[in-house]
Design a protein around this ligand. Structure first.
Ligand SMILES: Nc1ncnc2c1ncn2[C@@H]1O[C@H](COP(=O)(O)OP(=O)(O)OP(=O)(O)O)[C@@H](O)[C@H]1O
Length: 261
């Protein structure tokens, strides 16, 4: 069983505290969404878990009794349109970089083609990555993140550029991969309804600390969301049992430094 555990994690950037004493546990086979307002430290948390920024505290990974090497992590960073001159299939193959030699073998080629097929992108495989739209680039980045079959999958706003159909397609794929492989999947999402639909667990951050965690119905409390996001919300559950959150208007007394209880 894979597991990722963060204990008393603190991060300062540019001399400013960003995360303080943050603890959380992420289980294999589960999809966790990290939520919270802009600038609250969600990306910083993913980067600390990836080990690409310095932090205090501990990040422990386990696969049975072994720790998980960073080569078994995949990190999809926030969308930043890329001018890369590689083709689409070459970009996907980059996800296997630690296994590649001078020549891509047939098995690796097939794997990359199948990843593209599962996202409906196979017809684009020989196109230049730089010629794709932002949303298409984001889906190719998802294929790149999944091709190595990571044990830890960290996704930073993986659906930010996608239309409704592609949001569902990408998150279905990530969710299916997570339950089939037993990987630990942690995704930063701003769409709370989408997060509730796909997540086993939500982790709500505010000002660099966890203010709530657990099943969607426990975290998506209107009073809590209104305090954290400073916006009035309607929270409901539809006939299919999916929770949805609709922001209605900013709270009249916006106060950035308000303490969350
Ligand atoms: N390299 C850096 N040096 C100094 N401050 C930084 C650096 N990177 C990020 N920060 C600050 O850290 C804070 C948290 O940033 P982070 O990107 O983790 O937020 P976030 O919750 O992911 O936000 P968003 O939802 O807008 O993507 C922000 O105030 C940001 O300005």
């Amino acid at each position: 069983m894979n597991n990722l555990c963060v204990e008393e994690l603190s991060v300062s950037l540019g001399g400013k505290p960003i995360l303080s004493n943050l603890s959380a546990n992420f289980k294999g086979g589960q999809f966790t969404a990290i939520l919270g307002p802009n600038g609250t430290g969600k990306t910083t948390l993913l980067k600390a878990m990836m080990g690409i920024i310095p932090y205090k505290g501990t990040v422990v990974t386990r696969s049975g009794s072994e720790s998980i090497p960073v080569s078994r992590f995949s990190y999809l960073c926030q969308l930043n349109k890329s001018p890369s001159q590689l083709t689409v299939i070459e970009m996907v193959l980059l996800g296997l970089v630690s296994q590649l030699t001078w020549r891509v073998n047939e098995e690796q080629q097939l794997l990359a083609e199948n990843m593209l097929k599962s996202l409906g992108l196979l017809a684009m495989s020989t196109q230049r990555f730089s010629a794709l739209s932002g949303g298409q680039q984001q889906m190719v980045a998802m294929a790149q993140a999944l091709i190595s079959k990571p044990k830890i999958l960290l996704l930073d706003e993986p659906t930010s550029a996608l239309d409704l159909r592609h949001q569902v397609q990408v998150l279905d794929l990530a969710k299916q991969y997570t339950s089939d492989s037993g990987a630990v999947t942690v995704a930063v999402l701003h769409d709370l309804s989408l997060a509730a639909r796909y997540s086993d667990q939500l982790l709500l951050l505010n000002n660099g600390s966890v203010v709530a965690s657990g099943e969607p119905k426990l975290v998506l409390r209107p009073d809590l969301l209104e305090q954290v996001y400073q916006v009035e919300v309607d929270v409901g559950c539809c006939n299919q049992g999916h929770w949805h959150v609709t922001p209605t208007r900013p709270t009249p007394s916006y106060n950035q430094d308000r303490k969350i209880t």
